[in-house]
Design a protein around this ligand. Structure first.
Ligand code: F6R
Length: 246
């Protein structure tokens, strides 16, 4: 695992963009496949990728993207859906066509239908082969929406959101009670199949989760610790997020 500690969150975004572009360049043939995350952390990274596009150093017009997760019960057209968030915060920023953005479908008439959609999404990810997976980490150590207790080999599935995650994400809704209770998330086993991981964490609220993920035991209690199993994981931190490391 490579751990890069930047002086500031802005510098972390530039380091992370380099790690992402480097990983995409190493693809031998065919169009790039990028795994993308939602949330506040990757916004600086997406802005840096956009600058690389402006400089002529990157082009996402033929990149295929797969999102990590989506809320159950929200249609992909819903304003608070992760799909719409990614259209605004990623596609429109880096020039990735919306038609090339794949997101889990957490909307359906029945649980069985959503389960089937999750299995089909997992199969599509494996078929495409993700070159680089961008990750953030929750304050409880989750990656994607794999909350503590997730199987280290899990596949894309329905997952109940923890109270802490619903409180953390309440800022995007009218309050914690308005945050959906479940998500469809890529499993830890699915995520680990990407050729490179680039996890970004900034701010002191992430320090404990980062210490547990990087230096704690490999454990379902901290899903982010699965990065310890990956042969090409790059972790980019600012000093505040790195403060708990020994
Ligand atoms: C989002 C995702 C989550 C977030 C995590 C951190 O697609 O998979 O694991 O990366 O909740 O969110 P922020 O960056 O908002 O602190």
């Amino acid at each position: 695992m490579e751990v890069l500690i930047a002086a500031t969150a802005e510098e972390a975004a530039t380091f992370a963009a380099e790690a992402v572009l480097d990983g995409l360049r190493s693809r031998r043939s065919g169009d790039n496949v990028l795994g993308v995350a939602t949330g506040s952390t990757p916004l600086g990274l997406y802005a840096e990728l956009a600058k690389a596009v402006e400089r002529g150093e990157a082009d996402f017009s033929t990149t295929t993207a797969f999102a990590l997760d989506e809320y159950v019960g929200l249609e992909g057209t819903h304003e608070q859906s992760y799909r719409q968030t990614l259209v605004t915060e990623l596609c429109n920023v880096v020039g990735l066509p919306e038609s090339r953005l794949n997101t889990p479908d957490g909307y359906g008439d029945s649980e069985a239908q959503i389960r089937a959609q999750a299995a089909a999404y997992d199969a599509a990810i494996i078929e495409a082969g993700v070159d680089v997976q961008i990750l953030g980490i929750g304050t409880n150590g989750h990656i994607g929406f794999n909350e503590p207790g997730s199987s280290l080999r899990s596949r894309t599935r329905i997952k109940r959101l923890s109270t802490q995650t619903r409180v953390d994400n309440a800022r995007f809704f009218e309050g914690p009670d308005a945050v959906p209770t479940h998500s469809v998330t890529q499993g830890l086993g699915t995520i680990l199949e990407a050729r490179r991981m680039v996890l970004v964490a900034t701010g002191s609220k992430k320090a404990a989760a980062i210490a547990a993920a990087l230096e704690g035991p490999l454990s379902a209690a901290c899903p982010g610790s699965v990065l310890q199993l990956h042969p090409d994981a790059v972790v980019v931190l600012d000093e505040a997020a790195a403060a708990g490391l020994k």
